[in-house]
Write a protein that binds this ligand. Sequence first.
Ligand code: ACO
Length: 402
Amino acid sequence: GLDISALLKETGDVTLDTGFVNTASCSSAITFIDGDKGILRYRGYPIEQLAEHSNFLETTYLLIYGKLPTAQEFAAFDAKVRRHTLLHEDLKLFFNGFPRDAHPMPVLSSAVSALSTFYQDSLDPFDPDQVEISTFRLLAKLPTIAAYAYKKSVGQPFLYPDNSLSVTENFLRMTFGFPAEPYELDPVVVKGLDLLLLLHADHEQNCSTSTVRLVGSSQANMFASISAGINALFGPLHGGANQQVLEMLGALHSSGEDPQAFMTKIKNKETNQRLMGFGHRVYKNYDPRASIIKATADEILGKLGADDPLLEIAKRLEEIALADDYFVERRLYPNVDFYTGLIYKAMGFPTRMFTVLFALGRLPGWIAQWREMINDPATKIGRPRQVYIGEAARDYIAMTDR
Ligand code: ACO
């Protein structure tokens, strides 16, 4: 009901773009998305090729440094990440302060924020050496923090990292292993998790990444900016959706509700619930990450011997949506979150860890974007304008006269 053009005249040259649907906040050379065609490229490389030939750590290098590493560069990068996996013993104590049933996402963001108290020597955003060391600290320590957050939530002892293992292997061992007991890595799980992390590694100016850039634009350090990004990711409309998808599928399974009836309720808006894992601000076509994940879901679940009835329900919901005018007209397709939860579940992760896994995957993107932002001479502090719609000027009235 607002007459925006009249307001624009009154407020001067500002544009009202709620949710930034059509406003670019920066220029970036990292990730390309064509939402109509369903194209995603990191530094020019199609996501499908990276999924097939690369791995999470190599893609991390690509996002941050803008090129694929040579064998030597990769080995040096890998060695450096492995060297920084340990947490300060005092940071370990930090976990004791949280309640036993703490959700691991706020634990993760709090611990990342706390890193800036442990590494006060590397907080200058304009010192390239300090930025570099913070990069390695984050890449190496976030998996350790995530595994500790998990161990805390199940009341099990923490495991120190084993730096003979890759990032992904180390994370799995710290999450599911026990001290002084050998942990046998399942190659299907290692490969599957590595692929999922790679597929999440960047997605240009989404809510969490924009948050990282906005906080960083005030020249706040990388730990502070990325901690803010983790909190943004926790929301159910963003990274939190992967947990919600599985809860939705689980509820449908246990209630025995007919998927068609459930979908009808959603499209008639008889419920506040949306079809979680569907729809995307940019993709108005099948999310290319979801295509890869759907194809691997069957394979991984099959190899892990996890015959999950929830996968059937998910496929049925997708089938209904793709043939339904409501979803077709609004161009709502499965997004990255629709099938990931089923794979994480088959790997043994509890639903509360799903968004943490998203954060582990997205970290290279946050780092690459923060670094691009800080090095871009065009960067200014992020400070959106507004269209004021409140009261016009009026005089204060004494309390006795109101
Ligand atoms: N289920 C049902 N209806 C939907 C859904 C959905 N998942 N998504 C959008 N719609 C409908 C809206 O109700 C609206 O319909 P209307 O015009 O009749 O009111 C229309 O589609 C447009 O929706 P918007 O909310 O304007 O789209 P927006 O671009 O703002 O939202 C979002 C995108 C948040 C992803 C949305 O599709 C959604 O809520 N999806 C479910 C949550 C989810 O899966 N989030 C993960 C996103 S991907 C990621 O972060 C990795």
